[in-house]
Design a protein around this ligand. Structure first.
Ligand code: CA
Length: 440
């Protein structure tokens, strides 16, 4: 993935809101999403975020502004585009960048059609970026794995397979929801008193998990593997992911087969997919393994991936209780972490996932696992941040949280930055907690 004129920090757009420092969506970003105009009967279609606007790709193709692409490439979710090749993704980005540029003939044509091809972001409904066929959640932060492991197994926090295998489990695709969807507190089995039988009720330990989600592009046939050197090309782009979790249900059900109902009641994703090409300037070396850790096995080791498989993406979690919102108090940032702290790269997760011949398909979603770092302020879930509820956090209203309360709003944000490049953002992944059914 090479740097090209679409990454030029000097490039500006004729969409003036894209040129402000505050926007997540300057012309160097160009994330893809799926929208429909609010209040209008309209099928889902693909668009690109630019400043506070959306470029309607269906309309741009219809107007002949995206040479080589047809209206059909952009109707419905992103799966059809994800099924195409990295060369086609690069071609589209180059066309869109030129079309939105303040300079050049293509930009002049785009600007002349702005009434037809642009729509304000506050006038659209955002949908899931893709029809998700399969969702897999990994566990790629060694800090998260060590912290959680030490709560349950103080003597043996990190299981012996961790540094050899990118650990993951198959999640559920049907309950993946777009940002802004409210999340109902689940009811389930918990075992609060080991001496007695389990009880059934609303979870008392509802939590979020700050994650990145990689959207799969392209396909490998069932039985075919994905070599590590080619695995990076299978990442179409990255969104924010909140893997909502019910810790009390999880603690009771997770042995011996791993998470089940504690995690499949809802997983939220941000609507904009920041493409792999947009992230090219923010590539970093893979996690530096400490002395004594094993080298990745050959099928997970590629010199290029080791040199640039990491991502300089800062991830934040913001919390606002119903009381804070009622009092007009701004959300409180509860954590700031970095994807640089992930022990495994997305390419390693892809290569491992397909190493047994498992077929990965366009629109599949791979979660990174909770992004946590070495510092307390970087812990990406309340389980870690409050150390299983023993160190509660205090909100500006004086309210105290060990886990989430009804009415709490959780918002994830992220940005990628590097010296000499324009910082790009991911938008938001937000959700508010509704009371359990029958508890309103
Ligand atoms: Ca997770």
């Amino acid at each position: 993935m090479t740097i090209n004129p679409t990454h030029d920090p000097a490039r500006r757009s004729w969409v003036e809101s894209a040129n402000t420092d505050a926007t997540d969506f300057p012309i160097q970003n160009l994330p893809l999403g799926v929208f429909s105009r609010a209040g209008r009967e309209e099928d889902r279609r693909c668009g690109v975020a630019i400043g506070d606007q959306v470029l309607d790709l269906v309309e741009a193709a219809r107007q002949g502004l995206l040479e080589g692409f047809a209206v059909d490439d952009f109707t419905g979710p992103l799966n059809r585009l994800m099924a195409q090749s990295p060369d086609r993704w690069r071609a589209l980005r180059a066309l869109v960048s030129d079309l939105l540029s303040a300079e050049g003939a293509a930009g002049v044509r785009g600007r002349a059609r702005q009434g037809e091809i642009l729509v304000r972001q506050d006038a659209v409904t955002m949908h899931l970026p893709a029809d998700v066929g399969d969702y897999t959640d990994f566990y790629a932060s060694v800090y998260h794995a060590t912290n959680v492991g030490s709560m349950f197994r103080p003597d043996n926090p990190l299981l012996p397979n961790y540094k050899w295998v990118p650990i993951g489990y198959h999640g559920r695709a049907s309950s993946i929801v777009p940002s802004g969807t409210a999340v109902r507190r689940p009811v389930g089995q918990v075992s609060a008193n080991p001496a007695g039988p389990p009880t059934v009720g609303p979870t008392a330990r509802l939590d979020y998990e700050v994650e990145l989600g990689a959207w799969i592009g392209g396909a490998n046939a069932l039985g075919a593997t994905v070599p590590i050197a080619r695995a990076g090309e299978r990442v179409f782009g990255v969104s924010l992911l909140n893997d909502w979790s019910a810790r009390d249900m999880q603690a009771w059900e997770y042995q011996p087969l791993g998470p089940f109902l504690a995690k499949n009641f809802a997983s939220s994703v941000s609507p904009w997919v920041v493409t792999a090409e947009a992230l090219a300037p923010f590539r970093t070396p893979a996690f530096a393994r400490p002395e004594g850790d094993p080298a990745p096995l050959p099928y997970l080791f590629d010199a290029g991936d080791q040199a640039s498989g990491g991502l300089a993406i800062a991830v934040e979690c913001w919390l606002a209780s119903a009381g804070m919102r009622a009092a007009g108090i701004a959300p409180m940032r509860v954590s700031l972490g970095s994807a640089r702290d992930l022990y495994w790269t997305f390419a390693q997760m892809v290569a491992h996932h397909a190493s047994n011949g498992c077929n990965l398909k366009p629109g599949d979603l791979l979660g990174s696992g909770t992004v946590s770092g070495a510092e307390k302020g970087s812990r990406g879930c309340l389980l870690e941040l409050t150390w299983r509820g023993t160190e509660p956090i205090t909100l500006p209203t004086g309210e105290v949280r060990s886990f989430l309360a009804d009415g709490d709003a959780v918002t994830l944000r992220a940005s990628a930055s590097a010296p000499g490049y324009r910082t790009i953002g991911f938008g938001e992944c937000a959700g508010v907690i509704l009371p359990a059914t029958g508890q309103e």
